[in-house]
Design a protein around this ligand. Sequence first.
Ligand code: MG
Length: 343
Amino acid sequence: MNLTYRQIDLRLAHTFTIARSSRDIEPSIIVELTHDGITGLGEAAPSERYGESAQTVQRFLSRLDLGRFEDPFRIEEITSYVDLAEPGNTSAKAAVDIALHDWVGKKLRVPLWKHWGLNRERTLPTSFTIGIASPEVIEKKVREAEPYSILKVKVGVPGDRQTIAAIRGITDKKIRVDANEGWKSKEEARDAILWLEEQGVEFVEQPLPATDLDGTKWLREQVHIPIIADENIGRLADLPRLRDAFDGINIKLMKSTGLREAMGMIRAAKGMNMKIMLGCMIETSIGISAAAQLSPLADYADLDGNILITNDPFEGVKVVGGKLVLNEHPGLGVELKGGSSAR
Ligand code: MG
């Protein structure tokens, strides 16, 4: 089988600011895996937080020799080879995993959700992310988020209370917050969360630095809303130690090395009675449609990465009335925008 890749730069509709960074453009690496006249699509959305960049992804992919494999159905063997090639590089590994799954679905002419025995009526509403900004810009973003029923608000900086107050002045929609490790002490996080609870916030994501698991355990006893791990959870092996500190995990394909391991994480977390959130990076409809295939298994979906950009070349999963809607097309159900088939 043959693997090719190219970088595209995704333009954000608004400067995207979270507790640790701010940006207008995000690189994405689009992967095509071709075999037997069928092309599977994949995507890597590298994150500096996890030591990746557009350059590291392309270097990793350039060193792979997928020509040694003759059958894309052998996803287990192929992803094991890719995983052992080098540590880390989780988004680059995810790109190959996603392309393999898309290829198999296209070959079998079946959507992945159906191939996995899932009910597409059970997809979730997705939240729409509001980055950190001035109250005036927040107000504008909240109005733009009109089609979405849930807002995910980035917090973890001074000014959080003004942000939430500005939003609550406009809408009584469900709010989830993500501190992105921004609160620097467990006491600061406790005070902030107790106030957020009074504002009707549903849950909080990653309140403290990933290194402060003991602080998070303490915090969980002090507050009443669920605490969801994001920066603390990458892959399946990270899960067992989180059991006492978090109520759930935010699974992102770009951290988990793709769909195959994400499915294992969902099963394991359910077995530990933990909540499942499906999240994303800034991605095109390839990465988002891949994650959405799993959404009938999740409790919360935050799959808006493709909605936050203005130049997505692809279309796949749609959001209708705030809810993710999977199509009946094979594989990921992704095509190039404008109707031409992405093979
Ligand atoms: Mg997060």
